[in-house]
Design a protein. Structure first.
Length: 255
């Protein structure tokens, strides 16, 4: 898959982000393992230097591993082999529904089980002396729930915007849970949440709520145009319920 990635995105190197995307494509190797329910889970590795420690990057919801090309480039000389994991249902990993843009997971612990299997099949055979983790948003809860059960595995973790709670537009969490549970019991757990839907295409830079960097915004748009199959829409009712419960569980275990 690595060769296919490079071939699909040949460029003239005129954009500021092209240097780190070129490194990501030319130096990284893509591979898969079978996670829970035999879903193919994709990861990209940068291990040519054979360092004795490794760094695992866990993206947030909707984010493909390729979005972290800049971070991989910035950390390439920090003395760690680097791995970036695509969570099930997004990125280059298997989608879980026929509509691949829906943010869905059967149980949040499926993410954690995938991570556990990744560490067992991919990282442990390398006999690294230390394992480190950088995680963002949803990835922080996946990493924390894993670390709470395996407290000695990671030597250190950097957690950006931990998803301990969701933004619920000022509605009480109990109210959201009761409404979403009703929808789930009515057989709509795999439906988009209220006012949610597929990805919005061609959103102008001025209206984005993701970043203040126009260059990074253009980089994200480049990924979406090159790999439209990576685009993600809103969450489903079931995903929100699972995420709320996972955040609560993680917070209760904090001691």
């Amino acid at each position: 898959m690595g060769a296919g990635l490079a071939a699909k995105t040949k460029r003239s190197m005129t954009k500021p982000w092209e240097k780190f995307l070129d490194y990501y494509e030319s130096e990284g190797v893509s591979d898969y393992f079978l996670g829970r329910d035999k879903k193919r889970i994709h990861f990209r590795s940068f291990t040519k230097n054979k360092y004795r420690s490794c760094l695992l990057i866990l993206p947030g919801r909707t984010e493909p591993s390729m979005k972290y090309a800049e971070l991989v480039y910035d950390l390439k000389d920090c003395g760690h082999d680097i791995y970036v994991l695509d969570h099930r249902g997004q990125g280059f990993s298997d989608r879980l529904l026929e509509d691949g843009e829906k943010g869905y997971v059967r149980q949040f612990r499926d993410y954690v089980r995938d991570l556990k299997k990744f560490t067992r099949l991919i990282l442990k055979p390398e006999n690294y002396q230390q394992h480190y983790c950088i995680a963002h948003s949803m990835g922080t809860i996946v990493g924390l729930l894993f670390a709470q059960k395996h407290p000695r595995f990671f030597s250190g973790m950097v957690l950006n915007a931990p998803m301990l709670q969701l933004r619920l537009d000022d509605f009480p969490e109990k109210f959201i849970k009761s409404i979403f549970t009703f929808y789930k019991l009515m057989g709509k757990g795999k439906d988009y949440v209220i006012n949610g839907g597929p990805a919005i295409h061609n959103l102008p830079w001025e209206k984005n709520r993701v970043t203040r960097s126009q260059e990074r915004w253009e980089f994200s748009r480049h990924i979406e145009l090159t790999y439209p199959e990576l685009e993600m829409g809103a969450s489903t009712f079931n995903w929100v319920l699972e995420a709320l419960n996972a955040g609560e569980k993680c917070f209760r275990r904090r001691k």
